[in-house]
Each structure stands twice: as C-alpha cells, then as structure tokens.
Design a protein around this ligand. Sequence first.
Ligand SMILES: [Zn+2]
Length: 225
Amino acid sequence: MINSPLLLPVVMALAELVGAAFYVASPQGPTRNIVACFGLGFALCIVLIDVTPDATEDYLAGWAFLALGSAVGAVLMFKGGRLGAEAGNTGAIVGMGLHNICEGIVLAAAGPAVSPLIFTAAVAHKLPEGMVVFSLADRLPMAGRWLLAVGLSLLIPIGTVVDFPEEIKKPLLAFAAGVLALALTKALSVMFGLGNPAAAAADRRAVAGAVTGGAVVAGLTCLVI
Ligand SMILES: [Zn+2]
C-alpha cells in the first residue's frame, strides 16, 4: 500500500495517453478496428454503470437530461449527416472529459492510499478510455487529437483539486452521457457493418468478441475503482 494523493491521478492520466498511443500504433484496418471495438464496448459499459449513476444519483432531473441528450444524440448521429455526426462526436468527447473530472473527484474523496489492485484496475480502466477518445476524434489532424487527449487526461488531476458545483456538473454529465451513448452506438453499428450486407460474418464475430471483452474489462475495473 502506497500513500500518495498524486500517484493515481497521474498514473491514470498517463494510462489514458498510453491507450491513445496504442490505438495510433495499431496497424490501420482490421487490427485497429478490433482495438476500437474493444474501446467502444468498454465505453458503452462505462456509460451504463459509471457515468449514468454519477449523473443521476440523488438527482432525479438527471434522467430527463439523459433522455434529452440521447434524443439529441440520436438525431445528430443518425439523421444529422456528416456535420451532425461531427457535432455528436464532439459532445461525446465532452462527455469523456466530464467523466475524467468525476474520476478526479472520486479519487480525491477516496484518499491517498493506493493498493496494487487499485493501481492495476486504474491502469486497465484508463487504457481503453484513451483508445475511445482517439477513435471519437478521428476527423481531427493527429496533432489536434494529441492535444485533445492530453487536455482530457489533465482533467483527472484537475478534478482532484478543483471544486465543480454539482448543479452544473450533474445536468451536463447526464446530457453528455446521452450523447455519448448514441455516438458509441453509431460507431458500433458502423463497425458491425449494419446496413452493409458485404460485411463478413467472421468480421462481425470478431467485433462482437472485442466489444464483449471491452465491456467485461469495464465491469471488472468499476468493481475496484
Ligand atoms: Zn473512466
């Protein structure tokens, strides 16, 4: 057991960047798609079991903001054309940023003690989130994606020290969770080749396996941190 208030926020921020680097380093094509699908399955599970409870706990109106975010996300991602999809992805990235702030708040509340299990879970949690941020920002130039990834990862240590008012954080987080869920669903539907009869059954199985793997890892890490 190590006692350091800075250790976990810094390690989690770095792990997010390593996840982003892993995504970039994976060869384009099937391999990168599988990496992306693992991240998407992970993030979808995180929205369900981590972000949504954060946004709605002791805050009933959070469900209304969540529904509104989902409706706006659905219109943007499925009916908004290219511009709508870009706006939806931007909203999803904002959601990941808010989630990082919440993680910082949780770390500050949990105290400075870090066990090997918590350390491992924190790293396993942030690697896929780094992959997801990079895959959601795939329309930006590479330098812009890195700037974004670094900025988002810094929100974890910032969340440990800055006091964000709940009445602003919760509705924003709930709305962003809705947009995020729809952006992830859209990305997954593309990966599954829905609407594309040429997509091979083997590819779909690989996608389903990666998505399931990501969701399982997400569930396990959320049990610990
Ligand atoms: Zn997270």
